[in-house]
Design a binder for this molecule. Sequence first.
Ligand code: ZN
Length: 374
Amino acid sequence: MVTTLAQLIGVLDAAYPPQLAESWDSVGLVCGDPRDEVTRVLIAVDATAEVVAEAVDWRAQALVVHHPLLLRGVDSVAADTPKGALIHRLVRSGCALFTAHTNADSAAPGVSDALAAALGLTVTGPLDPKSADAVDNWTVQVPRADTDRVLDALFAAGAGGTGHYRDCALRTPSVGQFRPVAGAEPATGAIGELERVEEDRIEVVAPPGARARVLAALRAAHPYEEPAYHVTERAPLPAGVGIGRVGTLPRPETLRAFTARVRAALPRTVWGVRAAGDPDREISSVAVCGGAGDSYLSVVRRLGVDAYVTSDLRHHPTDEHLRAGGPALVDAAHWATEFPWCAQAEAIVRTALPALETRVCLVRTDPWTVDGTH
Ligand SMILES: [Zn+2]
């Protein structure tokens, strides 16, 4: 049974839905033919020259990475440019390149779940939850004899679907009333007379993108000259996905002990692991964000956690954060905080496509190489 690159992409897109990616990001297939057969998949944080060499030497047909190789606008992948050379090497070796970046950050499980698990945290939710998809709720009054026909028209226009259900509606019997005045052309009743009609009040949900279509269908199917209806958009609700995670330690420990825990849990790097804050501060609740998480410093202050683990923290934001009474900060190498994701992605691929050979690339792609101690 042949496994295609398209099947591998299907598994990765299901685990890390591309629509979860931030708007500025570039995720998905960078090079490769979805129709090609895949037998070996290498997983890494970065597509560096060393990582690409390992993929090619191992004769992998797919290299799955976290960081986009080509993020900003690209005019050329000529082989005499550093990134173009890698693309050429991959294409010539029959190895596809696939990226799961901020979609893998926000998915559940995602990058920060892997980091939280490595640290022994019990995750309670995302650090920065994404809102669930917006939903319109339509309420329409329909003369009872026309309820089924109007509902069918609304369903055909995209209303009434939720999850794995369709044709969903609430119908409540009611009595409508109206008095047509001069100029009206009522479907029922007479000018100047108060008319009472047995009606159903129907409620259906629809995506906001279908609003114009649903309204046109409603007007076309409804017998009244002026149908009575209203549309409300559901208030945004936090979904279970989003950047970063919040969790708790099995039991409280000092910042000193917690920092040692982080150091022991992550692969060794020149960057190392360091903490900012009182070493004796008790740590119980922890926020984590794999990769550069300094843009969430104000968020973790509001959350009231005891510590925040991320990477790429700078002097002034760190100093100001501590002055503002924020949680202790633990800073690790960017690559090290995202490396645990590789095993997560590997397990997802292996479970869905057991015929594939998978491997996590152990090359340390953190750019820092010398710590000056010897
Ligand atoms: Zn990153």
